[in-house]
Design a protein around this ligand. Sequence first.
Ligand SMILES: [Zn+2]
Length: 141
Amino acid sequence: MDSLVASPWPRNRALCVLAGLWSLIYGVLGLIGAGLFWALGMGQLVARAGAIEVWARGRFARWMVNKGWQGFTGGWTVFYWSPPGIGDLIHEREHVRQILRWGPLYYPVYAVASLACGYRRNFFEVKAYAAQRAAGYPNDA
Ligand SMILES: [Zn+2]
């Protein structure tokens, strides 16, 4: 899996530190969310390919699945509401990469883009779906 799903973090150490600082607020909030899920027994944590994954379980996870959602990227943490396929892993890692690049601007710009263009046509989603298609896994997420 790790060879199929690349870490979203820059390889250059200085850029990596800058990206971490630039996205720190969302990174910390995501880690707090992951800790809450773990502490409340609502999910299992997995660290791999440059992100923390929460494999959520229970009522809230089922509710999200019933709403049609597969995952949510919160900073450096990806919450999966059901077991992810490789396409899901690639898709959500692309969102982590976007957060590292856009930092504190990510969620406000994402919200405006979604309101203006709709969920599937907002450019963050277009790029995330393109990444999973390019890897040969178009059908998850
Ligand atoms: Zn997405």
